[in-house]
Structure formats: C-alpha cells, structure tokens
Design a protein around this ligand. Structure first.
Ligand SMILES: [Zn+2]
Length: 91
C-alpha cells in the first residue's frame, strides 16, 4: 500500500540546491534532509530563512497535519538552523 503525503517535490532534499546550506554542531541536520529524508524544506521564509518541517503520519498512514510540523532547531544537537535554498529566478 502506498501513501501520498502530498509533499511538494522541491521540499525534498536532493531536488533543490542550497544558497546557504544548513549547519549545526553535529552535522546531522543536513543529512536528515538529504539522506534520511525526514525533514523537509518549505518555501515559506522566516526572516529570510527557509522553514523546515517534519511530516508525522497517523496509524492509517494519513498525514496528522496537512502542513507538517515546523522545526527550527536540529533535533540531535539543538542548534538553531538557518539555511536558504537557491532559487534560480531570484537574482
Ligand atoms: Zn545538529
């Protein structure tokens, strides 16, 4: 059985480039986006930085919340994350 969480393609690590990549002490936050794929990057900006969210699912596989749950800090080391996607049309 497949679930469709309706996560936009360009929110998923590997489908966009960084202008300023996410950095934290442990270095795992970037992997959470690009390798583990459990943190997604929205196009909504907060003070010029891209927003991050996780996407929990219910027991039946449907999204708990359509817009996911925003996170602002690395869940592993607690550092605040500030990163920017690269937008080719943004010059
Ligand atoms: Zn970290």
């Amino acid at each position: 059985m497949q679930n469709d969480l309706d996560i936009p393609q360009n929110h998923i690590g590997g489908n966009f480039k960084w202008d300023i990549p996410p950095k934290c002490t442990c270095g795992m936050f970037r992997d959470a986006i690009e390798k583990e794929h459990f943190v997604f990057v929205s196009d909504r900006l907060h003070k010029g930085w891209n927003g991050f969210y996780m996407h929990p699912v219910c027991a039946n596989g449907e999204s708990v919340r359509a817009d996911g749950i925003s996170i602002t800090h690395c869940p592993f080391c607690g550092d605040e994350i500030k990163a920017k996607k690269f937008y080719p049309t943004n010059e």
